[in-house]
Design a protein around this ligand. Structure first.
Ligand code: 8YV
Length: 316
Protein backbone atom coordinates (compact mmCIF):
# COMPACT_ATOMS: atom_id res chain seq x y z
CA UNK A 1 0.00 0.00 0.00
CA UNK A 2 3.04 2.27 0.37
CA UNK A 3 2.98 3.66 -3.16
CA UNK A 4 -0.77 4.03 -3.47
CA UNK A 5 -2.26 7.47 -2.75
CA UNK A 6 -3.58 7.68 0.80
CA UNK A 7 -7.32 8.37 0.79
CA UNK A 8 -9.51 9.34 3.73
CA UNK A 9 -13.07 8.07 3.54
CA UNK A 10 -15.48 10.23 5.56
CA UNK A 11 -18.73 8.37 6.22
CA UNK A 12 -19.85 4.99 4.87
CA UNK A 13 -20.39 4.34 1.17
CA UNK A 14 -21.82 1.47 -0.88
CA UNK A 15 -19.93 -1.80 -0.26
CA UNK A 16 -18.93 -2.01 -3.95
CA UNK A 17 -17.44 1.49 -3.81
CA UNK A 18 -15.61 0.84 -0.53
CA UNK A 19 -14.11 -2.30 -2.06
CA UNK A 20 -12.99 -0.45 -5.19
CA UNK A 21 -11.50 2.39 -3.17
CA UNK A 22 -9.64 -0.08 -0.97
CA UNK A 23 -8.31 -1.87 -4.08
CA UNK A 24 -7.07 1.30 -5.82
CA UNK A 25 -5.92 3.35 -2.86
CA UNK A 26 -4.43 3.19 0.59
CA UNK A 27 -7.84 3.73 2.13
CA UNK A 28 -8.61 4.73 5.71
CA UNK A 29 -12.20 4.75 6.89
CA UNK A 30 -12.59 7.62 9.35
CA UNK A 31 -15.81 6.18 10.78
CA UNK A 32 -13.85 3.09 11.88
CA UNK A 33 -11.40 5.08 13.97
CA UNK A 34 -12.21 4.96 17.68
CA UNK A 35 -11.68 8.72 17.93
CA UNK A 36 -12.09 10.26 14.47
CA UNK A 37 -11.20 13.78 15.59
CA UNK A 38 -7.97 12.70 17.28
CA UNK A 39 -7.16 10.53 14.27
CA UNK A 40 -7.44 13.47 11.88
CA UNK A 41 -5.35 15.67 14.18
CA UNK A 42 -2.58 13.08 14.24
CA UNK A 43 -2.70 11.68 10.68
CA UNK A 44 -4.38 14.47 8.67
CA UNK A 45 -1.20 15.35 6.81
CA UNK A 46 -0.91 11.84 5.31
CA UNK A 47 -3.96 12.15 3.05
CA UNK A 48 -3.92 13.40 -0.53
CA UNK A 49 -7.58 12.64 -1.22
CA UNK A 50 -10.86 12.62 0.69
CA UNK A 51 -14.03 10.79 -0.25
CA UNK A 52 -17.34 11.89 1.18
CA UNK A 53 -21.03 12.13 0.28
CA UNK A 54 -23.64 14.84 -0.14
CA UNK A 55 -25.19 13.68 3.14
CA UNK A 56 -21.99 13.81 5.20
CA UNK A 57 -20.08 16.51 3.34
CA UNK A 58 -16.74 18.07 4.21
CA UNK A 59 -16.40 21.45 5.90
CA UNK A 60 -13.65 24.06 5.87
CA UNK A 61 -12.23 22.84 9.21
CA UNK A 62 -11.82 19.30 7.90
CA UNK A 63 -10.23 20.55 4.68
CA UNK A 64 -7.84 22.62 6.78
CA UNK A 65 -6.88 19.62 8.87
CA UNK A 66 -5.75 17.81 5.71
CA UNK A 67 -2.75 19.95 4.63
CA UNK A 68 -1.64 17.60 1.81
CA UNK A 69 -5.13 17.28 0.35
CA UNK A 70 -5.22 17.50 -3.46
CA UNK A 71 -8.69 16.27 -4.40
CA UNK A 72 -12.14 15.60 -2.94
CA UNK A 73 -14.64 13.14 -4.41
CA UNK A 74 -18.23 13.34 -3.21
CA UNK A 75 -21.07 10.86 -3.67
CA UNK A 76 -24.09 12.93 -4.71
CA UNK A 77 -24.99 16.09 -6.60
CA UNK A 78 -25.75 18.30 -3.59
CA UNK A 79 -22.88 20.53 -2.52
CA UNK A 80 -24.59 22.26 0.41
CA UNK A 81 -22.42 20.33 2.90
CA UNK A 82 -19.27 20.37 0.80
CA UNK A 83 -17.24 23.56 1.16
CA UNK A 84 -16.25 23.89 -2.50
CA UNK A 85 -15.02 27.46 -1.92
CA UNK A 86 -12.67 26.48 0.90
CA UNK A 87 -11.32 23.69 -1.30
CA UNK A 88 -10.94 26.03 -4.29
CA UNK A 89 -8.90 28.50 -2.22
CA UNK A 90 -6.29 25.76 -1.96
CA UNK A 91 -6.72 24.71 -5.58
CA UNK A 92 -8.45 21.48 -4.59
CA UNK A 93 -11.04 20.30 -7.15
CA UNK A 94 -14.21 18.56 -5.97
CA UNK A 95 -15.54 15.64 -7.99
CA UNK A 96 -19.28 15.01 -7.64
CA UNK A 97 -22.07 13.04 -9.34
CA UNK A 98 -24.58 15.20 -11.24
CA UNK A 99 -26.77 13.99 -14.14
CA UNK A 100 -26.57 10.24 -13.44
CA UNK A 101 -29.32 10.71 -10.83
CA UNK A 102 -31.61 13.07 -12.78
CA UNK A 103 -34.00 10.36 -13.97
CA UNK A 104 -34.54 8.66 -10.62
CA UNK A 105 -34.89 11.95 -8.74
CA UNK A 106 -37.44 13.16 -11.31
CA UNK A 107 -39.25 9.81 -11.05
CA UNK A 108 -39.42 10.31 -7.28
CA UNK A 109 -40.83 13.82 -7.72
CA UNK A 110 -43.65 12.22 -9.70
CA UNK A 111 -43.99 9.36 -7.23
CA UNK A 112 -44.67 11.98 -4.55
CA UNK A 113 -46.83 14.15 -6.77
CA UNK A 114 -49.10 11.31 -7.86
CA UNK A 115 -49.14 9.75 -4.41
CA UNK A 116 -50.24 12.88 -2.57
CA UNK A 117 -52.68 14.04 -5.29
CA UNK A 118 -54.31 10.62 -5.71
CA UNK A 119 -53.99 9.79 -2.00
CA UNK A 120 -52.24 6.51 -2.76
CA UNK A 121 -50.45 6.06 0.57
CA UNK A 122 -53.54 7.21 2.45
CA UNK A 123 -55.65 4.71 0.47
CA UNK A 124 -53.15 1.96 1.22
CA UNK A 125 -53.50 2.71 4.95
CA UNK A 126 -57.30 2.69 4.50
CA UNK A 127 -57.27 -0.80 2.97
CA UNK A 128 -54.81 -2.23 5.50
CA UNK A 129 -56.83 -1.12 8.50
CA UNK A 130 -59.95 -2.77 7.03
CA UNK A 131 -61.77 0.53 6.60
CA UNK A 132 -62.94 -0.34 3.06
CA UNK A 133 -65.46 -2.78 4.58
CA UNK A 134 -67.37 0.03 6.23
CA UNK A 135 -66.24 3.39 4.85
CA UNK A 136 -66.01 5.15 1.50
CA UNK A 137 -62.58 6.45 0.55
CA UNK A 138 -62.67 10.19 -0.21
CA UNK A 139 -62.14 11.50 -3.74
CA UNK A 140 -58.65 12.56 -4.72
CA UNK A 141 -57.26 15.32 -6.98
CA UNK A 142 -56.54 14.90 -10.69
CA UNK A 143 -52.89 15.36 -11.62
CA UNK A 144 -52.93 15.10 -15.44
CA UNK A 145 -53.39 18.37 -17.27
CA UNK A 146 -52.70 20.52 -14.21
CA UNK A 147 -50.26 23.38 -13.72
CA UNK A 148 -46.78 22.49 -12.55
CA UNK A 149 -44.49 25.16 -11.13
CA UNK A 150 -40.83 24.19 -10.91
CA UNK A 151 -38.61 26.00 -8.41
CA UNK A 152 -35.09 25.56 -9.76
CA UNK A 153 -35.01 24.60 -13.43
CA UNK A 154 -31.60 22.94 -13.44
CA UNK A 155 -30.72 19.45 -14.60
CA UNK A 156 -33.23 17.76 -12.30
CA UNK A 157 -35.91 20.42 -12.83
CA UNK A 158 -35.71 19.93 -16.60
CA UNK A 159 -36.02 16.16 -16.20
CA UNK A 160 -39.12 16.69 -14.05
CA UNK A 161 -40.50 18.93 -16.83
CA UNK A 162 -40.05 16.08 -19.33
CA UNK A 163 -42.11 13.80 -17.11
CA UNK A 164 -44.74 16.54 -16.70
CA UNK A 165 -45.25 16.93 -20.44
CA UNK A 166 -46.23 13.26 -20.55
CA UNK A 167 -48.95 14.12 -18.05
CA UNK A 168 -50.11 17.02 -20.28
CA UNK A 169 -49.18 19.49 -17.59
CA UNK A 170 -48.62 23.18 -18.20
CA UNK A 171 -45.19 24.18 -16.94
CA UNK A 172 -43.75 27.39 -15.54
CA UNK A 173 -40.64 27.88 -13.46
CA UNK A 174 -38.80 30.19 -11.14
CA UNK A 175 -35.01 30.64 -11.14
CA UNK A 176 -32.92 33.59 -10.13
CA UNK A 177 -32.54 34.25 -13.85
CA UNK A 178 -34.42 32.89 -16.88
CA UNK A 179 -32.90 29.59 -18.00
CA UNK A 180 -31.37 29.33 -21.46
CA UNK A 181 -32.77 27.08 -24.12
CA UNK A 182 -36.21 26.46 -22.60
CA UNK A 183 -39.57 27.84 -23.64
CA UNK A 184 -41.49 27.24 -20.42
CA UNK A 185 -42.92 30.38 -18.86
CA UNK A 186 -40.53 32.14 -16.48
CA UNK A 187 -41.88 33.64 -13.27
CA UNK A 188 -39.53 36.19 -11.70
CA UNK A 189 -41.66 36.08 -8.54
CA UNK A 190 -41.77 32.80 -6.63
CA UNK A 191 -44.98 33.90 -4.91
CA UNK A 192 -46.62 34.47 -8.30
CA UNK A 193 -45.45 31.04 -9.47
CA UNK A 194 -46.96 29.50 -6.34
CA UNK A 195 -50.24 31.35 -6.94
CA UNK A 196 -50.39 30.04 -10.50
CA UNK A 197 -49.38 26.44 -9.64
CA UNK A 198 -51.50 23.41 -8.81
CA UNK A 199 -48.28 21.60 -7.95
CA UNK A 200 -45.13 23.40 -6.85
CA UNK A 201 -42.04 21.20 -7.13
CA UNK A 202 -38.84 22.23 -5.39
CA UNK A 203 -35.71 21.23 -7.33
CA UNK A 204 -33.37 24.04 -6.29
CA UNK A 205 -29.92 23.54 -4.81
CA UNK A 206 -29.70 23.71 -1.01
CA UNK A 207 -27.42 25.96 1.00
CA UNK A 208 -27.55 29.47 2.41
CA UNK A 209 -28.85 31.10 -0.77
CA UNK A 210 -32.04 29.04 -0.96
CA UNK A 211 -32.67 28.74 2.80
CA UNK A 212 -36.37 29.20 3.60
CA UNK A 213 -37.23 30.14 0.00
CA UNK A 214 -40.57 28.36 0.33
CA UNK A 215 -41.84 30.72 3.02
CA UNK A 216 -45.21 31.05 4.76
CA UNK A 217 -46.10 33.65 2.13
CA UNK A 218 -45.27 31.29 -0.75
CA UNK A 219 -47.32 28.50 0.87
CA UNK A 220 -50.23 30.87 1.33
CA UNK A 221 -50.02 31.78 -2.36
CA UNK A 222 -50.00 28.09 -3.29
CA UNK A 223 -53.31 27.93 -1.48
CA UNK A 224 -55.79 25.30 -0.28
CA UNK A 225 -55.92 23.56 -3.69
CA UNK A 226 -52.14 23.50 -4.16
CA UNK A 227 -49.59 20.78 -3.43
CA UNK A 228 -45.92 21.16 -2.54
CA UNK A 229 -43.37 18.55 -3.61
CA UNK A 230 -39.79 18.69 -2.29
CA UNK A 231 -37.01 16.46 -3.62
CA UNK A 232 -34.30 19.11 -3.13
CA UNK A 233 -33.26 19.95 0.43
CA UNK A 234 -35.34 20.38 3.55
CA UNK A 235 -33.69 23.74 4.19
CA UNK A 236 -35.27 25.26 1.05
CA UNK A 237 -38.63 25.11 2.82
CA UNK A 238 -39.61 26.93 6.02
CA UNK A 239 -40.48 23.63 7.73
CA UNK A 240 -42.50 25.02 10.68
CA UNK A 241 -44.52 27.13 8.21
CA UNK A 242 -45.12 24.03 6.08
CA UNK A 243 -46.33 22.02 9.09
CA UNK A 244 -48.68 24.84 10.01
CA UNK A 245 -50.00 25.11 6.44
CA UNK A 246 -50.64 21.34 6.29
CA UNK A 247 -52.41 21.39 9.66
CA UNK A 248 -54.59 24.35 8.70
CA UNK A 249 -55.25 22.94 5.20
CA UNK A 250 -53.83 26.24 3.95
CA UNK A 251 -52.31 24.03 1.24
CA UNK A 252 -53.87 20.79 -0.02
CA UNK A 253 -50.92 18.57 0.72
CA UNK A 254 -47.22 17.87 0.39
CA UNK A 255 -44.89 15.16 -0.81
CA UNK A 256 -41.51 15.27 0.93
CA UNK A 257 -38.30 13.36 0.42
CA UNK A 258 -36.12 15.78 2.39
CA UNK A 259 -36.19 17.51 5.77
CA UNK A 260 -34.24 20.12 7.69
CA UNK A 261 -32.71 17.74 10.24
CA UNK A 262 -32.50 14.27 8.66
CA UNK A 263 -33.18 11.61 9.76
CA UNK A 264 -35.34 13.42 12.29
CA UNK A 265 -38.67 14.08 10.60
CA UNK A 266 -40.91 16.46 12.59
CA UNK A 267 -43.34 14.21 14.44
CA UNK A 268 -46.16 16.68 13.84
CA UNK A 269 -46.18 15.38 10.25
CA UNK A 270 -46.85 11.76 11.27
CA UNK A 271 -50.45 12.48 12.22
CA UNK A 272 -51.32 14.24 8.96
CA UNK A 273 -52.93 12.34 6.07
CA UNK A 274 -52.26 15.10 3.53
CA UNK A 275 -48.52 14.55 3.48
CA UNK A 276 -46.43 11.74 1.97
CA UNK A 277 -43.10 11.19 3.72
CA UNK A 278 -40.12 9.48 2.10
CA UNK A 279 -36.74 8.97 3.85
CA UNK A 280 -34.50 10.84 1.34
CA UNK A 281 -34.56 8.10 -1.29
CA UNK A 282 -34.93 10.03 -4.56
CA UNK A 283 -31.67 8.67 -5.98
CA UNK A 284 -31.86 5.38 -4.08
CA UNK A 285 -32.22 2.77 -6.82
CA UNK A 286 -29.69 0.02 -7.49
CA UNK A 287 -29.03 1.45 -10.95
CA UNK A 288 -28.57 5.09 -9.99
CA UNK A 289 -26.59 4.47 -6.81
CA UNK A 290 -24.27 2.19 -8.80
CA UNK A 291 -23.80 4.89 -11.44
CA UNK A 292 -23.08 7.44 -8.69
CA UNK A 293 -20.59 5.07 -7.04
CA UNK A 294 -18.83 4.44 -10.36
CA UNK A 295 -18.50 8.19 -10.92
CA UNK A 296 -17.09 8.77 -7.41
CA UNK A 297 -14.37 6.24 -8.26
CA UNK A 298 -13.85 7.58 -11.80
CA UNK A 299 -13.49 11.11 -10.47
CA UNK A 300 -10.64 10.02 -8.22
CA UNK A 301 -8.97 7.81 -10.83
CA UNK A 302 -9.20 10.62 -13.40
CA UNK A 303 -7.59 13.03 -10.95
CA UNK A 304 -4.65 10.72 -10.31
CA UNK A 305 -4.16 9.88 -14.00
CA UNK A 306 -5.10 13.15 -15.74
CA UNK A 307 -4.92 15.76 -13.00
CA UNK A 308 -8.63 16.52 -12.77
CA UNK A 309 -11.83 14.74 -11.77
CA UNK A 310 -14.03 13.53 -14.60
CA UNK A 311 -16.88 15.73 -13.34
CA UNK A 312 -15.83 18.61 -11.09
CA UNK A 313 -18.08 20.92 -9.08
CA UNK A 314 -18.29 24.49 -10.36
CA UNK A 315 -16.61 27.16 -8.24
CA UNK A 316 -19.04 30.07 -7.93
C1 8YV B 1 -27.64 11.30 -2.08
C2 8YV B 1 -28.50 13.53 -2.58
O1 8YV B 1 -27.99 9.99 -2.27
O2 8YV B 1 -27.12 13.58 -4.48
C3 8YV B 1 -27.58 14.19 -3.52
O3 8YV B 1 -27.31 15.37 -3.32
O4 8YV B 1 -29.12 14.14 -1.79
C4 8YV B 1 -28.72 12.09 -2.71
O5 8YV B 1 -28.74 11.71 -4.03
C5 8YV B 1 -27.34 11.35 -0.66
O6 8YV B 1 -27.39 12.59 -0.10
C6 8YV B 1 -25.97 10.72 -0.56
O7 8YV B 1 -25.21 11.23 0.38
Amino acid sequence: NQDKPRVLQIGRLLPWLEEQLAAHFDLVLLAQQPNPQAYVAEHGREFVAAVTSAAVGIDAAMIESLPALKVISSFGVGLDKVDVQAAARRGIPVGYTPDVLNDCVADTAFTLLLDVARRASEADRFVRRGAWLTDKFPLATRASGKRLGIVGLGRIGRTIAKRASGFDMEIRYHNRRPAEGVDFGYEASLTELARWSDFLVVAAAGGAESQGLISAEVLQALGPQGFLINIARGTVVDEPALIQALRDKAIAGAGLDVYVDEPRVPEALFALDNVVLLPHVASATHETRQAMAALVLDNLLAFFSEGRPKVAAPVA
